[in-house]
Design a protein around this ligand. Structure first.
Ligand SMILES: NC(=O)C1=CN([C@@H]2O[C@H](COP(=O)(O)OP(=O)(O)OC[C@H]3O[C@@H](n4cnc5c(N)ncnc54)[C@H](OP(=O)(O)O)[C@@H]3O)[C@@H](O)[C@H]2O)C=CC1
Ligand SMILES: CC(C)(CO)C(=O)C(=O)O
Length: 323
């Protein structure tokens, strides 16, 4: 590992920008970020960030910014490649996108994304590398160079690798990453049972994200429409049943906990609804498809999730064909 860890952030939307900010703010890293649609604006003016964790900051830039991964390689080799773009295996391959930045087995790949079973493609593509899987508990949105970060950044991380000889290294890198992130003013916690936390978050994402995207009603309006008991909670129940059959027992009152996190008056548009509105591809494979593939393996009947998935797939198909 280089003395000052070099970090590449691929996918500098609201989540990637807040990750870059915390890691750089630690004062102990060099951060390189790939910016596409915001490159010119951020190069000229920096990001304007309004953050519940960091306050208001204008003119902030990562140490290095590049338009492409090829260009970013001049700032490597990287100790960590942080992936914070949408996880869309039906649209692009994340291993292919980052391959050139994974210089050797010393580079750890950090996923900061929603979904379940998202580690496997990276573990398969980079069997000797450490994959740090991160569940982002954050609320943030972006409009050009402006970032509104309104729900605190708590990143839960756990290490994975195919190579048993790399386990110890995985633990070390996970702890180092969490320390750097936390030193920068947000929170990052290492979790031994990270997959359990992925299932817990999936209860929310597979229900609210899917149903709000399909109905174009936000988390408050969908409750006003009476769908909590008829759609949202039943979908959560199916996720909990799959998780339990796969060995991850969620609390008995998981549905109530998730609803309690989502008071009506929040009127929150889940990221999948935002993507649908903006005619951008939705993360349906990692949020529903993977859960259903696991359901089939463990013998759980998840017919509501199956229907939501097929409806979303049709919507995605239509959306991708007009792109
Ligand atoms: N936003 C939120 O509050 C939360 C998001 N999450 C999860 O975090 C992850 C990231 O979410 P979010 O930041 O909202 O996503 P966005 O879609 O808003 O941002 C993704 C960014 O990735 C960039 N990008 C896409 N493809 C590439 C590529 N090939 N190379 C480089 N950059 C690329 C996009 O650039 P361009 O603009 O040029 O297309 C965009 O800036 C997702 O998995 C999401 O589900 C989890 C919790 C909360
Ligand atoms: C929990 C929530 C709403 C955080 O923004 C989310 O994960 C999403 O919108 O996908």
């Amino acid at each position: 590992m280089s003395q000052v860890p070099r970090i590449l952030v691929v996918g500098c939307g609201p989540v990637g920008t807040m990750c870059s900010y915390s890691l750089q703010n630690s004062g102990r890293t060099t951060v390189t970020a790939i910016l596409r649609s915001t490159y010119d604006d951020v190069k000229a003016n920096g990001f304007r960030i309004k953050s519940i964790d960091h306050g208001e900051v204008d003119g902030w830039r990562p140490h290095n910014i590049s338009r492409t991964l090829d260009d970013a390689l001049q700032y490597g080799p990287f100790d960590y490649v942080v992936v914070a773009l949408k996880n869309l295996p039906d649209v692009y391959s994340i291993p292919d996108i980052i391959r050139l930045a994974v210089a050797s087995e010393k580079t750890a790949i950090v996923l900061v994304q929603n979904g379940i079973d998202i580690e496997q493609p990276l573990i398969d593509a980079f069997p000797d590398n450490v994959v740090i899987s991160g569940v982002p508990l954050i609320g943030c949105e972006q409009n050009g160079r402006e970032i509104l970060h309104n729900d605190p950044d708590i990143l839960l991380v756990g290490g994975f690798t195919k190579n048993p000889d790399r386990m110890d290294q995985g633990k070390l890198m996970c702890s180092e990453f969490a320390e750097l992130y936390t030193a920068g003013g947000a929170k990052c916690e290492v979790k031994e049972n990270l997959t359990w936390f992925r299932w817990r978050k999936l209860c929310w994402n597979a229900s609210f994200n899917a149903i709000c995207a399909l109905t174009n009603l936000d988390s408050g309006l969908i409750q006003d429409a009476g769908a909590l008991e008829t759609l949202i909670k039943p979908a959560m129940g199916e996720v909990a049943a799959i998780a339990s059959a796969a060995g991850y027992q969620l609390p008995e009152d998981i549905k109530e906990q998730m609803v309690a996190f989502t008071p009506r008056e929040l009127y929150l548009k889940p990221s999948m609804q935002v993507d649908a509105i903006r005619q951008r591809p939705m993360e349906i494979e990692v949020i529903l498809g993977n859960a259903l593939r696991i359901a089939e393996k463990v013998g759980v009947d998840a017919r509501l999730l199956g229907t939501l998935y097929q409806l979303l797939k049709a919507k995605q198909q239509a959306l991708l064909s007009v792109k």
